[in-house]
Design a binder for this molecule. Structure first.
Ligand SMILES: *Cc1c(COP(=O)(O)O)cnc(C)c1O
Length: 385
């Protein structure tokens, strides 16, 4: 029977050649030319001075926060509608996420709500933004580039400057996109990517921090490499072993070369589904805000009615050999995050349970895409659409 997975890696000869080179050269661990090449390549693509590779995207976010001295007792503004790793990285750093709603038209954090909440609930004291009711310092904003689309960074950057906040962008699946025709790296103090298996490009697993503040990046690098201060096993703080291996970077370098091809395919998948499904009255396609390019990390649609059972719908597609899935469940529903301050989240509350993601691997054939579109239309007709 046919099986069309949701999003699988696309690796082949270029990755194999680089892996063979690691073995031939006997550089398989956390030092090697591919690590440096991947750091430089990601930095350049993002319009940044340099990059620091990590073992995962979650580690990149954690180290970016720690490099900025975000820690115990701090609050970090982040969207309620995100993958759990954004919130987890804030907790790993010792801080607490302060959860905000998203915009309906781009699914990224709502700057107007941030502005309102900061005006009403915080004061600037000695250059620090202090949350009045808890006394906690508000240290940073972590916008998330949902589906590989940048947040409204013009507004966020301005807010961050006014309240003296750092900005760490969770750009996990957004490598290679632009905002107002500029590469994304300059919009945040530090920008983090993930190279997990289902992301736009993969290393198997891995992450990257890019930015223009070389001191911050140097500090992040120091923390990821056990915080060793001399060759003689002196360590000046509690560090981490969060380095990417040369084997992972070897795969990543080959993938980075193929990024333009992958982005092209991801965008064609998005527009194919749009051309096939957007006329159906009971659903809406994923948002495509202007002035921002997107990796189109996932493609799919949203049911207009909150009464539709997305799980049942996906299960029905599974019978046809198609892997379709719901998307993120907001952070404020998650048991370990019940103590986080949260602003009203009407948009994320109304949105999350209506989303369906459809197969969008870059290796998908035209025939399979057509098969998925037809099966989706058949199921929607069954629901009376
Ligand atoms: C994948 C992802 C992460 C975490 O990356 P890992 O490499 O899996 O640790 C963080 N944030 C978002 C939005 C993601 O999609």
């Amino acid at each position: 029977m046919r099986h069309i997975p949701l999003a699988i890696p696309n690796v082949g000869q270029p990755e194999a050649r680089n892996l063979q080179a690691c073995i031939d050269e006997n550089f398989v661990s956390s030092v090697g030319r591919f690590v440096t090449e991947l750091e430089d390549g990601c930095a350049e693509l993002s319009g940044c001075a340099s990059g620091v590779a990590t073992g995962a995207g979650t580690q990149a976010l954690h180290m970016a926060l720690r490099a900025m001295d975000v820690g115990s007792g701090d609050l970090v503004i982040c969207p309620d509608f995100t993958f759990i790793a954004s919130a987890a990285s804030i907790r790993h750093a010792g801080a607490l996420p302060w959860l905000f709603d998203i915009n309906a038209d781009d699914w990224t954090i709502d700057p107007d709500q941030i502005e309102r909440a900061l005006s009403e609930e915080t004061v600037l004291k000695d250059g620090s933004c202090v949350h009045k009711s808890t006394g906690a310092r508000v240290a940073a904003i972590m916008p998330v580039y949902t589906l590989g689309t940048p947040a409204n960074m013009l507004a966020i950057k301005e807010i961050a400057e006014r309240w003296n906040l750092r900005v760490v962008a969770d750009a996990a699946a957004a490598i290679g996109v632009t905002l107002n025709n500029e590469p994304i790296g300059s919009w945040a103090d530090l920008t983090c990517f993930s190279f997990n298996g289902n992301k736009t490009i993969t290393c198997g697993g891995g992450g990257m921090i890019v930015g223009n503040d070389v001191d911050l990046l140097q500090r992040a690098r120091h923390l990821t490499t056990t915080a060793r201060s001399t060759p003689n096993y002196d360590h000046d703080e509690i560090g981490y072993n969060y380095r990417m291996t040369n084997l992972e970077a070897a795969v990543g370098c080959a993938q980075l070369n193929r990024l333009p091809e992958f982005l092209d395919i991801k965008r064609r998948i998005r527009s194919y589904y749009k051309s096939e499904l957007s006329h159906i009255s009971s659903i809406s396609m994923f948002p495509e805000p202007v002035n921002r390019t997107s990796t189109c990390w996932f493609s799919g649609f949203v049911f207009d009615s909150p009464k539709t059972d997305v799980n049942a719908f996906c299960h029905a597609l599974k019978e046809d050999g198609i892997e379709a899935r719901p998307f993120w469940k907001p952070v404020h529903f998650q048991k370990p995050y019940q103590d986080c301050p949260v602003e009203p989240t009407p948009i994320s509350d109304r949105l999350w349970s209506r989303i369906v993601t459809l197969p969008c691997s870059t290796s998908i054939s035209d025939e399979d895409l057509d098969y998925v579109a037809k099966a989706v239309k058949k199921q929607l007709r069954g629901l009376g659409a």
